[in-house]
Design a protein around this ligand. Sequence first.
Ligand code: FES
Length: 158
Amino acid sequence: MAKVCAVPKKIIKDGKEVMVCDETRSRLLPVLQSIQDKEGYISDKNMQEVADMFGIHPVEVFSVITFYSFLSEKKKGKHIIRVSNCVSNVMAGSEKVINEFEKALKIKTGQTTKDGKFTLERTSCIGMCDEAPAVMVDDKLIGKVTPQKVKKIIQEQK
Ligand code: FES
């Protein structure tokens, strides 16, 4: 099977300009994911170190981090609660669920509780339209969430 190249780049080889596949990004993701898992976020210092390691500009590392929602340049809470806000979830009442999380955690979406335990986020898709309103707590999916279930979901994480 022919190799698919998502990002070609020109290099000079033996004095000639040739096209090669730039695999930097595919190698970059596992490195960033491992930093994210270990540190909980990717600091400016980590971004610079990774950029140096790959021989790319730190802005390129930053752009990858901001593209993927599972990577973050900011420290987040111990538990990340993501509420899907795709059309199906909004139609099924995800805004009421978000409002209840905001009330129970005393934060707004995008914020982290003062004790550092929870970060609340909206996310476009968690593959749970058929179970809307759906929530993802860390890597656990929870479907058919109602405002009445919010406090129990929070308590289960403590
Ligand atoms: S589009 Fe609704 S959860 Fe993915």
